[in-house]
Design a protein around this ligand. Structure first.
Ligand SMILES: NC(=O)CCC(=O)C(=O)O
Length: 261
């Protein structure tokens, strides 16, 4: 079985939700000509890191943008891994990813559990505590947000439970591009699964972002990689590769959970 995935590596207008919804809608319309099964958006794609204004910009219970993405999924008959948005509740603001199936139903929700202090997330956001498991066209998947990829044990929790595709959404800055590429590749190799990573392009008042969205196979080979600018990255996952790689090097059989979790 194959699955065609598309990452919308968009530039994000700082704090301008209306403009960002327009930009995402334009990229989505264009990429649908290639008939992907799944479309992935970047981290905080409606607001960017406009953290000091999240009390105003945060989407109350995610209702507004959930509605927009649900309509897109239905209209295009496509699964959407909805990047993440600033979700506002009485308990604070979280960096939250929503996943939609082709009928526009929400099939997953995940709030970033590791807050990135270097970009002040801990001052403005509340951490999540739930796992990001979901299925796309019956394939078990999991969602992660940016800094999460530095915590291999968190991704392993999900692959131990069967996830075959790890979707990563990000606003990863250019100075650490080497970490981005290396960590994503390592996560694919050690978990012997697909990694689909959608970063943003462009810059905000504090950072220049790396782009370089990537699709990596279970052997660690790059299926597709974007450049630094705005781009729609499309690639095909071939699920026959997962058992092939796992038969060759049976990492999951050889683990010693009696010594470590
Ligand atoms: N938005 C983020 O979580 C950025 C993480 C990052 O840049 C890193 O180096 O880790």
């Amino acid at each position: 079985m194959n699955m065609k995935v598309a990452c919308l590596q968009m530039d994000i207008a700082f704090g301008d939700i209306e403009e960002n919804v327009k930009r995402a809608a334009e990229q989505l319309a264009a990429v649908m000509e290639q008939e992907p099964d799944v479309v992935v958006l970047p981290e905080l794609w409606t607001t960017g890191y406009d953290l000091t204004r999240l009390d105003v910009l945060g989407d109350v219970d995610g209702v507004h943008v959930k509605g927009v993405m649900s309509e897109w999924a239905k209209a295009y008959d496509v699964n959407i891994v909805g990047g993440s948005i600033a979700k506002r509740t009485d308990d604070g603001v979280t960096n939250t990813m929503y996943m939609f199936d082709r009928s526009g139903e929400i099939v997953g929700e995940y709030s970033k559990v590791h807050l990135f202090q270097l970009m002040d997330e801990h001052k403005f956001l509340a951490p999540g505590s739930d796992e990001g498991q979901f299925t796309v066209d019956n394939v078990p998947c999991a969602g992660f947000i940016c800094y999460d990829i530095r915590f291999p044990e968190w991704l392993r929790v999900h692959t131990s439970k069967g996830a075959e595709v790890l979707f990563v959404v990000a606003e990863w800055p250019l100075p650490r591009l080497v970490h981005w590429r290396t960590l994503l590749t390592a996560r694919a190799i050690e978990n012997q699964c697909y990694v689909v990573a959608c970063n943003r392009a462009g810059s905000d008042p504090n950072n220049v972002f790396a782009g370089h969205s990537m699709i990596i196979d279970p052997w660690g080979e790059v299926v597709a990689e974007a450049g630094e600018g705005e781009e729609m990255l499309v690639g095909t996952l071939d699920f026959a590769k997962i058992p092939e790689v796992r038969r060759g090097i049976p990492v999951f059989e050889d683990r010693r959970p009696d010594l470590y979790k």
